[in-house]
Design a protein around this ligand. Structure first.
Ligand code: HEC
Length: 154
């Protein structure tokens, strides 16, 4: 009896594993074609991809945009064009306003929206008024690197 129960649990467990895998396949999280994709370029036209992204060294300090992106942003953003909670961030640098916009947005998007900024209000409405977590502690250089990494896609 005990063995039957154990076997049942094992089967259930392996069933779950299979479903997760299938889900990932359906969601396109597993990309078998990545090697044939064209290399994305950033706004300055230089190619940045998974294999070529190297962390920047600013004032002797290494800033790893990929690692920072993984820790802070992947819960809501992909570094591809795939929409999750928020927009996929591949190519993001060519659609957002220039100047300090990216720093103001990432540090406190609500403040930027409330200031009446047109693009901030547009994306806020496009994403059903989901509120992005503010990241007041990220420096300009860190935000630059996170977006340089994500913009290049992976
Ligand atoms: C809790 C979810 C969440 C997290 C975490 C998050 N974001 Fe967002 N982000 C959003 C949503 C949702 C939007 C779309 C606009 C809105 O609803 O405010 C957005 C929009 C953006 C945009 C504008 C994208 C475009 O297409 O114009 C940028 C840039 C951005 N986020 C960067 C980041 C970065 C960098 C991080 C990590 C440091 C991050 N986000 C973490 C939810 C999140």
């Amino acid at each position: 009896m005990k063995n039957v129960l154990l076997l049942g649990m094992l089967l259930l467990f392996s069933g779950c594993l299979k479903n997760q895998w299938e889900e990932r396949l359906e969601n396109g999280d597993v990309d078998f074609d990545s090697q044939t994709e064209t290399t994305p370029t950033n706004t300055s036209g230089s190619p940045v991809s998974k294999s070529t992204y190297t962390p920047a060294v600013v004032d002797g300090k290494t800033i790893d945009g990929k690692a920072l992106f993984k820790v802070n942003c992947t819960s809501c953003h992909s570094a591809s064009t795939k929409r999750t909670t928020g927009p996929g961030l591949q190519g993001v640098l060519s659609r957002i306003p220039g100047g300090d916009w990216k720093y103001n947005w990432v540090r406190n998007s609500t403040k930027l929206i409330e200031s009446g900024d047109a693009y901030a209000n547009k994306i806020f409405n496009d994403y059903n008024k989901s509120i992005m977590t503010p990241f007041p502690a990220l420096s300009n250089a860190e935000i630059d690197e996170i977006l340089r990494y994500a913009d290049g896609g992976q």
